[in-house]
Write a protein that binds this ligand. Sequence first.
Ligand code: 3PG
Length: 311
Amino acid sequence: KARTVLLATEKAFAAAAVTKIEEVLKEAKYTLKKLENYKSKDELLAAVSGVDAMIIRSDIVDASVLEKAEALKIVVRAGAGYDNIDLKACEAKKVTAMNTPGQNANAVAELVFGMMIVSARNNFDGSSGFELVNREIAFYGFGAVARAVHKLAQGFGMKSFAYDPYIPAEKIKEMGAEPVATVAGLFEHQYVSLHVPLTDETKASINKDLLSKMPKGGTLINTARVEVVHEQDMLDILKTRQDFCYLCDVAPKDIEPFKAAVGDKFGKRLIFTKKKMGAQTAEANDNAGVAAANQIVGFFEKGETRFSLKA
Ligand code: 3PG
């Protein structure tokens, strides 16, 4: 059966990745419909009608979208985090939801190091900074992204620590990181890098209690979701501790007080991106986009459900 796949990306993939997605779909005799860089939810609601499948990024797929997508069978989040998909609503409509774990992990890992180096070298302002060698980095969550950061950290001669409630301590050790028993234990190290999904449990969970445990030069790296960090608590820490740094992919909701809190040290103590940039590389776009297209074809042609998500 000829299928139509909607690529709905508020933040577009690189053009080369879109071409590759189209090639995969063409091979299966599917049609690609594109809605890129759209500005309003209405455009999305209009585009979903009649499509069999969707490829999305951080685009919101909720009950109202599913309502208009009467022919939809599968939605694939080309990326890791799926807090933008209402899985219960998908289940109710018998729509399969999937992600493409690991496909953009290296891109995020390189961004983490990019931000760490800019911070350690005082945003290249000419003053003396410090080196990352022999420093400690602790990972909250030790999935594909954290492991990719850990691999780079090993190259830099850093020491890694990790806490992940779903991964046995033995396995963390085997991968060359020191297992940490509690979330709080992570915050004894200079760098803490967040790699947890946004859930009811993790939302605003990185609070003053945890942040104030961090040693001198404490630096929180957030390439997970901005909502995981308690915004007001982070602001208070940046105001009261002149040594503290926050390196974040995507800016806090209300950035102005943050800028004011760090004053002249802007660019060292506070780094943030305009749009979520972690997965914004040619390679990550190719990997995640093509994986999503292949998963859709595999689902329809062979009944493959390997990466399907549970509500
Ligand atoms: C992810 O969860 O895969 C990343 O946050 C990437 O999100 P994006 O596709 O919106 O850039």
